[in-house]
Design a binder for this molecule. Structure first.
Ligand code: ADP
Ligand code: MG
Length: 246
């Protein structure tokens, strides 16, 4: 099967800094691929280019064979590349289920009305998505009172509302306690396997990376220095040197 994502010789310079240099990889359908590397390695820069937020200095990105290099974030999102965001302040005043309804309304390109919830648009679908992420019992709570880990699960439900074929998650578990991190990634992995969605994610916590990735790529100073299975990466001396601290 042809890859979902094909990245070739992707580079980004900020003045004299080579933030991302000549990165090439393919991502297969249903694959859970981790991009790791020390702080400043170029992970976020890479993500921002894939999402259309940053223009590459060189290289190409193809989504299912279609060139998306230089496309706007919204176009790329419309083509089926989802991402997880922090929940914004606006959304904090809404309930959990309303947040997912908003995402569904946006996905189905319905016009936003001043009273979008009066007619309970997409409520059943929203509740089903909340059930998928284990939050059906919190549907009527306001986001402002949610625990951080629950906000992260809501974020996942919101991303799923857009039915992405590929999900980009830049440090999805940042700020979470270790046990919560494992649980969130387990949940993510289960949902994605069930829906056949591919994922590219960055993560600091090596326990999470080793527990859930199908494949791991290691970035150092903008360059990919390794790309392999969990076992290969664990035992790669180059990786141990730059990243795992021996
Ligand atoms: P990571 O996400 O792996 O920590 P980043 O992609 O954020 O790394 O950063 C890679 C390098 O690019 C760093 O040296 C960083 O300082 C630099 N960098 C990132 N964004 C910018 C920017 N907008 N302007 C200048 N330098 C940047
Ligand atoms: Mg980063």
């Amino acid at each position: 099967m042809s890859p979902i994502l094909s990245v070739r010789n992707l580079s980004k310079n900020f003045g004299a800094i080579e933030a991302v240099a000549d990165v090439s990889f393919d991502l297969a359908q249903g694959e859970l691929l981790a991009l790791i590397g020390p702080n400043g390695a170029g992970k976020s820069t890479c993500f921002n280019m894939l999402m259309g937020q940053l223009k590459p200095s060189a290289g190409s990105v193809k989504l299912k064979g279609r060139e998306i290099t230089g496309c706007k974030p919204r176009q790329i999102w419309r083509m089926g590349v989802g991402r997880t965001f922090q929940i914004t302040a606006t959304y904090a005043s809404m309930t959990v289920v309303e947040n997912v309804q908003m995402a569904l309304i946006s996905h189905h390109k319905r016009l936003y009305s001043p009273f979008p919830f009066a007619h309970r648009l997409y409520r059943a679908e929203a509740l089903a998505l909340l059930d998928t992420v284990g939050m059906a019992d919190q549907a009527e709570r306001h986001c402002a009172v949610l625990a951080y880990g629950d906000l992260k699960r809501l974020e996942l439900a919101v991303a799923l509302a857009h039915e992405p074929m590929l999900l980009l998650m830049d440090e999805p578990t940042a700020g979470m306690a270790p046990r919560e991190r494992i649980a969130l990634m387990q949940l993510t992995a289960d949902i994605l396997a069930q829906k056949g969605i591919s994922v590219l994610f960055t993560e600091h916590d090596m326990d999470v990376v080793f527990a859930h990735s199908h494949r791991i790529m290691v970035l150092n100073r903008g360059r990919l220095i390794a790309d392999g299975t969990v076992e290969q990466i664990r035992n790669d001396p180059k990786v141990q040197e730059v990243y795992l601290g021996g």
